[in-house]
Design a protein around this ligand. Structure first.
Ligand SMILES: [Zn+2]
Ligand SMILES: [Zn+2]
Ligand SMILES: [Zn+2]
Length: 167
């Protein structure tokens, strides 16, 4: 029986022959070179595109290694935001489609965060974030594990090509 192994960095369970942690992008091999710079030692594997990158081409965002191209994703609890909307029905619909495609979507709304924003501060922050009629306050985020981001985005694009709010 192979022994269970866990990522030193994030505690994710990994298989014995894993070359990197699929959750946080920690690289377990030495002598891996950067995808862009063959002479540079890779510092991690982008959790979204799974290429190895050096410290110039990637960085850790909230404990997850991402390449420069994917560093702009909002990461929550090890998952990346692929869609955000205040339209709850739409979000739930998209989530069900992703689930049918064997992905593992998760809904996240600010109302359920443990952020230390008390009532007044919370409202002030909501106004500052620019919601004209307050709809940003209740934005629901559709998250997927980082490894499923590219797949999820393809699916969302396909089923909702007409919507201009998809990025
Ligand atoms: Zn890890
Ligand atoms: Zn990437
Ligand atoms: Zn590089």
């Amino acid at each position: 029986m192979p022994q269970k192994l866990f990522c030193d960095f994030c505690g994710n369970e990994i298989s014995g022959d894993a070359e990197f942690c699929g959750k946080c992008g920690t690289l377990f091999l030495d002598d891996v070179s950067c995808f862009n710079h063959p002479d540079e030692e890779a510092k991690g594997v982008c959790a979204i595109c799974h290429q190895a990158y050096c410290k110039r081409c990637g960085l850790r965002v909230n404990g997850i290694f991402l390449c420069n191209e994917h560093a702009d994703y909002e990461i929550y609890e090890g998952m990346a935001k692929v869609f955000g909307s205040s339209d709850e029905q739409k979000i739930i619909y998209l989530k069900s489609i992703l689930e049918k495609n064997n992905l593992h979507p998760f809904l996240y709304s600010r109302k359920s965060t443990s952020l230390n924003l008390g009532g007044a501060d919370y409202l002030a922050a909501a106004h500052l974030s620019g919601g004209k009629d307050g709809n940003l306050v209740y934005e629901i985020k559709l998250l997927v594990p980082c490894a499923e981001v590219l797949q999820a985005e393809n699916i969302i694009d396909e089923i909702d090509q007409s919507s201009p709010e998809i990025t």
